[in-house]
Write a protein that binds this ligand. Structure first.
Ligand code: IMP
Ligand code: MG
Length: 178
């Protein structure tokens, strides 16, 4: 285990099971639809890569960058689109892939943005959800794990752009950011 990690919250084995189960649900619900799987960079990279190889359907992929976080552990509440889709979402079903829903600000903003661009439907698959921290109402359609209010890293999730490469999800030691 990494020296900055206090404990492992979701092991590699458990992550694999979670991703397989989400992929099966998506496969069933999206069968026959023309959809775009949209990863929110950078946190979703590992989850997106694992998930997409397990969805046995034909679909397009694209990425967006939205920012609301600085170097700290708190959302600023102000979201902006730093990189928009390169494929038009007009009349398409969009499935957004996210690492974690926290305040809900980011996804609330991104979903509204894609709806205003003419998407036929917009749904969200998130690996983790911290519902206790919600500041705006938001419920993801697919969720891998509901987690307590602790700062986590690994499997794509970062603190100050580090720890994204850890193959598990761990709770970051408070001494690292306090
Ligand atoms: P929201 O807009 O507050 O819901 O923030 C969502 C974004 O904040 C996520 O996409 C993550 O990038 C980041 N985030 C929230 N909680 C954590 C955490 O515990 N670890 C790492 N990143 C987090
Ligand atoms: Mg993110």
């Amino acid at each position: 285990m990494h020296k900055d990690v206090e404990r492992i919250l979701i092991s590699q084995e458990k992550l694999e099971k979670i991703v397989n189960s989400l992929a099966k649900q998506i496969e069933k619900d999206y069968n026959g639809r023309e959809f775009i799987l949209v990863g929110l960079l950078k946190g979703s990279i590992v989850f997106m890569a694992e998930l997409m190889t397990k969805i046995n359907l034909d679909f397009r992929i694209d990425f967006m960058v939205a920012s609301s976080y600085g170097g700290g552990t708190e959302s600023s509440g102000k979201v902006k689109i730093v990189k928009d889709l390169s494929i038009s979402p007009k009349d398409r079903d969009i499935l957004i892939v996210e690492d974690i829903v926290d305040s809900g600000n980011t996804l609330n903003f991104v979903v509204n943005h894609l709806v205003s661009e003419g998407a036929r439907s917009v749904e969200v698959v998130t690996l983790c959800d911290k519902p206790d921290r919600r500041k705006v109402p938001f419920t993801p359609e697919y969720c891998g794990a509901v987690i307590p209010d602790e700062f986590i890293v690994g499997y794509g999730l970062d603190y100050d752009e580090k720890y994204r490469n850890l193959p598990y999800i761990g709770v970051l030691k408070r001494s690292v950011y306090e």
